[in-house]
Design a protein. Structure first.
Length: 640
């Protein structure tokens, strides 16, 4: 049955730069090209930095995957260390109903299981150490038993030990997490105890085994002369370590290809087996006392080593130069421009930076009614922006697209592989990255470092934006009268001084009007301070409305108000005072209070000369106002 439809496959994985993951992903990539599949890899580095808040931000990327867009899924969920996150991914794929292949997990009937026979290979390794090298006292360093592969390997070890009548002392078993540090801790635990050295240490993976050898060597224990050590996975470093590590070679790239081929068969309507088992092969090398180093192609090894060092130096240089350049950026636009200048070194067809609509929003504050819309730690905003879409042919951007569509620019052809990584600061979601058709995420640890530095730069800019906003708000509060909403004395003096100096330079006129509310004490005493505040606000409002273009008004203090303007004439003075008095009369008719809102005004107009002082001019306006006030009768303040 033919199936020529373009297919989209979702892949879930953690730790793309580790050899197990990168080998499977490379197999998926190769098969996807042959089958014309488009692969979207949702990847995190959760569990790498031992920071629980950071892990929340990393694992959030799995919630981006809109499974309605996909025809099938490939699950490397055995690489996701957090059990709750792993189960969420499995549940989401299970409920989507799309066909899915999972690696080394046959416990869920909903999925097709691509397994590598861990049991047979581990049995052969343990048998070899016992039967060929005569080991009787054996320690074991295990991975976490909730991991199916770790469980299979551990059970195979126990079975062979029992078959040979060898006692398994619980004190000689160490349960780790498949990380290198667990190998060191297992050795430290062994040497700190009272037990004699074992004849051999069987280790559940190469990473822990190599670190265990390093720790043993530091204590003068020779491998394999004093102690045999074996691993599992036959990684590049195991192969080229000295001594070379006895291990198990697994067909990881083949497993990745097999997962794609299985989905293709399902799409074509074939009735496929639920479990496909691939064979693993023990490789006996120097760490158990068997020959192996002679088989290494030294010339190729030197070339590979040089290439690895070269790539590492280039990656480190890229991260350092980008970090240095980003450090001086103060705006999102500057940040995007800087990043775009370095992306050609990543060697990808396309790189997108996608940001949540509210990525620059304020810090989460539940007491102030905050929500996930203010501080997103689960999922992504409904709409995203893509301020940077980098391609070798040019740079673009898209202001708005739906996060459910995943891509700001969807791939138009098949055979593409895109990596989706989280862009976040700690648990705070800022957006995500997309790297398309590149091995940068799998070939080097610098991919993780690069993304962390970019993410931190966006967070620094976000904080700087809020700091500047806070400074502006503090400045506003410093110069604005909170009751009347116009400038206070501080704001007036700041602006008036600039206008005064400018007028002095140009020898322009300066008009200062001093306004004092009449009868505020009467209003407060008879109708309360709330009514007095109302009267002050109304007076401030009509003063502001009466001002000519460019004229500044302020509450100078208490019931005193002041305005200032430059370049005016005597006619302008008369017009301003006329408008003020007219508006005052109209306000009294509108507010209909038992008191009359009134004020005294004094205006001083002069051409500014070099020998004048601003406060002397203000004092003259105040004196003119005071003289007008003296001519008034307080009886005018009462409504008849």
């Amino acid at each position: 049955m033919q199936d020529n439809q373009l297919r989209n496959i979702a892949v879930f994985v953690a730790g793309t730069d580790e050899e197990y993951q990168s080998s499977i992903l490379n197999g998926i990539r190769d098969a996807a090209k042959d089958l014309n599949f488009n692969i979207s890899v949702f990847a995190s580095f959760g569990g790498v930095l031992a920071n629980s808040l950071y892990d929340v931000g990393e694992y959030n990327i799995y919630q981006l995957a809109n499974l309605e867009m996909f025809d099938g899924a490939i699950l490397l969920t055995n690489t996701i260390g957090d059990l709750e996150t792993r189960e969420k991914v499995l549940r989401a794929v299970r409920e989507s109903g799309i066909p899915a292949a999972v690696f080394d997990c046959g416990s869920d009937p909903a999925f097709y299981n691509i397994r590598i026979d861990n049991t047979a290979a581990m049995r052969q390794i343990v048998q070899h150490v016992i039967e060929v090298h005569g080991a009787k006292t054996i320690n074991y360093i295990s991975g976490p038993l909730e991991n199916p592969e770790a469980k299979e390997r551990y059970e195979a070890f126990l079975a062979v030990m029992e078959e040979h009548g060898l006692h398994v002392d619980a004190g000689r078993i160490y349960f780790g997490g498949f990380r290198p540090i667990d190998g060191k801790r297992a050795v430290d635990s062994l040497l700190a105890g009272n037990m004699a050295l074992p004849d051999a240490i069987i280790v559940a993976n190469d990473a822990m085994a190599l670190e265990a050898i390093s720790a043993l060597t530091e204590h003068g224990i020779r491998i394999p002369e004093d102690l045999i050590v074996t691993g599992f996975d036959f990684t590049y470093y195991a192969k080229h370590h000295s001594p070379s590590l006895t291990s198990v070679e697994r067909p990881l790239a083949e497993a990745g290809r097999t997962a794609c081929q299985l989905l293709d068969r399902i799409f074509r309507g074939e009735n496929c087996e639920k479990t496909i088992t691939l064979k693993a092969q023990p490789v006996y090398q120097e760490s158990c006392g068997c020959a192996g180093a002679a088989d290494i192609d030294i010339r190729k090894y030197k070339m590979d080593t040089y290439d690895t060092i070269k790539r590492f130096r280039a990656g480190a240089s890229l991260v350092n130069r980008l970090t240095s350049a980003l450090a001086v950026n103060e705006t999102p636009e500057e940040c995007i421009r800087t990043i775009s200048q370095y992306l050609h070194e990543v060697e990808c067809e396309q790189c997108c930076i996608c940001l949540c609509e509210n990525w620059e929003s304020a810090f989460h504050n539940m007491s102030a009614g905050g929500s996930d819309d203010d501080y997103r730690i689960q999922g992504y905003t409904e709409y995203m922006s893509a301020p940077l879409i980098w391609q070798a042919s040019g740079i673009g951007e898209i202001s708005r697209f739906r996060s459910a569509d995943l891509y700001p620019i969807p791939p138009e052809t098949g055979g593409n592989m895109s990596y989706f990584f989280p862009l976040h600061f700690r648990e705070r979601c800022l957006g995500y990255y997309i790297f398309t058709n590149t091995d940068f995420p799998t070939r080097t640890m610098q991919c993780h470092s690069l993304m962390m530095n970019i993410s931190h730069s966006f967070e620094n800019i976000r904080k700087l934006l809020h700091l500047n906003n806070a400074i502006r708000e503090l400045d506003r509060l410093y110069v604005i009268d909170p009751l009347c909403g116009i400038y206070n004395r501080n704001g007036f003096i700041r602006l008036a001084d600039q206008m005064f100096k400018h007028s002095m330079q140009l020898h322009e006129t300066l008009m200062i009007s001093f306004i004092d509310m009449d009868g505020l004490k009467y209003v407060n005493d008879n109708y309360g301070h709330d009514e007095g505040d109302f009267a002050l606000r109304k007076l401030a409002e009509l003063i502001k409305d009466s001002c000519l273009p460019g004229q500044i008004c302020a509450r100078f203090g208490g019931d005193e108000f002041i305005t200032i303007s430059s370049g005016l004439t005597e006619d302008d003075v008369a017009q301003f005072e006329l408008d003020f008095c007219k508006r005052l009369k109209e306000v009294n008719q509108v507010i209909n209070k038992p008191y009359e809102l009134n004020a005294s005004i004094g205006t001083y107009l002069t051409t500014v000369t070099d020998d004048m002082k601003l406060f002397a001019l203000i004092a003259k306006a105040d004196q003119i106002m005071y003289e007008q006030k003296k001519r008034k009768s307080t009886s005018r303040y009462l409504r008849r």
